[in-house]
Design a protein. Structure first.
Length: 411
């Protein structure tokens, strides 16, 4: 989930080094935070819904949604506060605090199965994750050479995608075969061992241009439109990781693990390809296809008893989600000066996590009334409401490109 900007395609032939020592160190903290986050993203809702028993007769989807919702609410609040904290404390303090808040509370899950205790842990981990993605995202942006930001985004997309690719299915598998305590410990260690790399990162970096506050960003249509579209696709990301293990038939554990592998794999590949395409042809035209593919994949997931449909659905959704990730992020960073990177990082990640949290909470209540198949189908229909900001932004980008195009002289 780490936000990293991409500017317009470079016009010079200079090729500064991309994989510098600070960027490689940043990859370590990125991997630690992401691995800790994704190992527990599907496991904690399952733990909450079953009361830690791993079987039926537990608290159900409402508790699962509450766990994911608490995680995302705390993440959103933390993301809005992080730009101010970075200005006061610097990148290193905020990033190290984030890793500590993700790691230590994960260990606390082994001591109680009480839903209130689980929610408190989710709140602390959400706050820590917010620190890592916003402070880390802005820092990563400054570590990528301006002339190679498109390529840099592709590399960062792969690095940040690997933990979700492996962590989601691995967490569910470990919980089933080695117990919840093993998963909780692994998630804690992943975050805590990355802390020693933080002192090797820059603490403060000068940025050009005028700083942009979060309130101003929320009033800026050019930033808000892609953020809204991305938030709508993120709704389903929260639904998949929270409810897919509950929606498919109980014996289909291997199907859940496969689906939780296919979705981030498809998203990672699509994000890479979208970044390369965006460098050459622009990203404005990718937002709408990303939304439509995401909605189509969500509709397919309504066939919860058909393994082929479930895998195809999560794969199609993953492709659309990866395209939307890259395209919206690229557009938002291209529309601000470097001094606004921190705010854009916060706004994009708020869209991501608010969408995930809202999706988990609302879908849980909806599914309790309609059942999972109808809930997936209705969600796909609701997603089409984001066609309005997607089409508006596409038209605005086309007008801007036309205005920037040189006109032939008239004699």
């Amino acid at each position: 989930m780490t936000a990293t900007p991409v500017s317009n395609p470079p016009t010079t032939s200079a090729r500064p080094p991309l994989l510098t020592r600070p960027l490689l160190l940043r990859f370590v903290s990125m991997l630690g935070a992401s691995a800790s986050f994704y190992l527990l993203l599907s496991v904690v809702p399952l733990y909450a819904s079953t009361g830690g028993r791993g079987g039926g007769g537990g608290r159900g989807g409402g508790a699962a949604g509450l766990a994911t919702g608490a995680l995302m609410v705390a993440t959103v609040v933390g993301e809005l506060a992080t730009p101010v904290l970075v200005r006061r404390c610097g990148y290193r303090v905020v990033l190290a605090a984030g890793l500590a808040l993700m790691g230590a509370p994960a260990l606390a899950l082994v001591f109680s199965r009480d839903l209130g205790w689980i929610v408190v842990v989710c709140l602390l981990r959400g706050l820590g994750f917010a620190f890592t993605v916003v402070a880390g995202g802005a820092l990563t942006a400054s570590l990528i050479p301006a002339g190679r930001r498109g390529e840099g985004l592709a590399v960062v997309g792969i690095v940040s995608g690997v933990p979700s690719l492996l962590g989601l299915p691995l967490g569910v598998w470990l919980a089933a075969h080695a117990g919840y305590g093993t998963v909780f410990t692994a998630a804690a260690v992943a975050a805590l061992v990355a802390i020693p790399t933080v002192p090797g990162l820059p603490d403060r970096i000068r940025a050009s241009g005028r700083p942009i506050g979060v309130t101003e960003a929320l009033r800026t249509a050019e930033l808000l439109r892609p953020a809204v579209v991305f938030a709508v696709t993120a709704l389903v990301a929260g639904i998949v990781v929270t409810f897919l293990p509950l929606a498919v038939p109980v014996p289909a554990t291997s199907l859940v693990a496969a689906a939780l592998f296919v979705q981030p794999a498809a998203a990672t590949l699509a994000r890479w390809l979208a970044g390369r395409h965006g460098d050459r042809h622009g990203s404005a035209g990718l937002v709408l296809p990303g939304l439509l593919l995401s909605a189509a994949g969500t509709a397919l997931m309504a066939l919860t008893r058909d393994p082929v449909a479930v895998i195809a659905g999560v794969g199609l959704f993953g492709i659309g989600f990866g395209v939307a990730q890259n395209a919206t992020l690229t557009l938002m960073y291209a529309r601000v000066p470097a001094a606004g990177y921190g705010t854009v990082s916060a706004l994009w990640n708020v869209a991501y996590d608010a969408g995930m949290g809202l999706g988990a909470v609302v879908f849980g209540r909806l599914a309790a009334r309609t059942g999972y198949p109808w809930a997936f189908g209705l969600t796909a229909v609701v997603m089409l409401g984001a066609l309005v900001p997607a089409l508006t932004d596409r038209a605005a980008a086309a007008r801007a490109a036309s205005a920037d195009r040189p006109r032939p002289s008239r004699r």
